[in-house]
Design a protein around this ligand. Sequence first.
Ligand code: ASP
Length: 342
Amino acid sequence: MATTLAVAAQAQPPARHWAIVLHGGAGVIERASMNPETEAAYRASLTQATQAAAKILDRGGSSVDAVEAAIQILEDDPLFNAGRGAVFTAEGKNELDAAIMDGANLKAGAVAGVTRTRHPISLARAVMEKSPHVMLIGAGADAFAASVGLEQVDPSFFFTERRWQSLVKQLQKEGRPIPPRPAGAPPPPLVPVAEIESPDAHKFGTVGVVALDREGNIAAGTSTGGTQAKRWGRVGDSPIIGAGTYASNQSCALSATGTGEYFIRLTVAREVCALVQYKGLTLQQAADQIIHKELESLHGDGGLIAITPDGQLAWSFNTPGMFRAKLTEGGKLQIGIYNDEP
Ligand code: ASP
C-alpha cells in the first residue's frame, strides 16, 4: 500500500497552489478618519471579492477569470473608485479606465474614458480577446462594448452622492466652477453635506487584482475612475500596460494605485517585473525598491500588489494606507488597511 502511494505521488507533478492579491486603492487612509462601520464595510467587500476569485481558482479556473470576477464585484461596489462609485471629472462626469493582462501569452486589453459600460474590466478583457487591438478609448470603446454584448448603462448609473459631494468640496476649495448635477442623478439629499460626507479615504479606491492559477499562469487587472476633478480627457496609469498594470509568466503580475502620473513616468509595473526577471530580486525587494526609492524620489505617492508564477506575493505602498487582501490556497485570508498592519 505504502509503495503504491509513493509511486502515485512520484507520477503526478506536485499540485500548484493558487493565490490572489487584491487592492482597493492607496492614499491618506487613516484610523482617525475612518469610522468602524465604514472600515467593516471595506473589509467585508475585500473579503467578498477575494472569495469570488478564490472560488474560481479553487475549481481550476484561470487567473484571468479570477481577476475579472473579483474586479466586477468591486466595480459594482460604491465604496470603490471603479465602476459605480467612481470619482467625478471637473465637468461632473464619470470616466472609467481599466486594463487586464494575461501573463501566459502577454495578451492585454485596456480602455480609457468609458462612460456607458457597466464593467470596464470586462470591456478590457473583450478588447484583449475579441479585437485586434490593445487599447480603446471613449465613445468608440463603449460602442465596441455594445457590439460584443456587454451591459450598457446610463452614465448616471455610476453616480454616488458622496463622490459628488467630494467633487463639489474640492472644486469649492480650489475656487473652480461647480458643474451642474448630472442628468439622471437622484435629487440632492436633505441631510446636510457634513453628515453624508465621507472621510478622505473615499477620494481613493482604484481596484486591482493579481492571481496565480493551478496551471501556474498569472494575470493582472486594474479598474478606476481615475483622479477626482481630472480634466481634458486625462488618463492615468491604470489602463497603461507597463505602468499601472502588467503580467508576464516570465516575471510577475502587478496592479498599481496612486497618483498615476508618477506611475506612468516610472513605468512602475514593468519596472518591478524587470527587476525580478533580469536582476533576480525577490518580488518584495523589487516592489519596495520602486515604491520606496524610485517613486519617493519623484515625491510620488501610491502602492502596488504583485504576484509571481512561483507563488511570491507582495504589496508595497508609501501612503498612510492601502486597502488590500491576500489569500493563498489552504492559507488564511489576510486583510489590511493601514500602514502599521502586516
Ligand atoms: N492610479 C489611478 C489614476 O491615476 C488613481 C488611483 O489609483 O487612485 O488614475
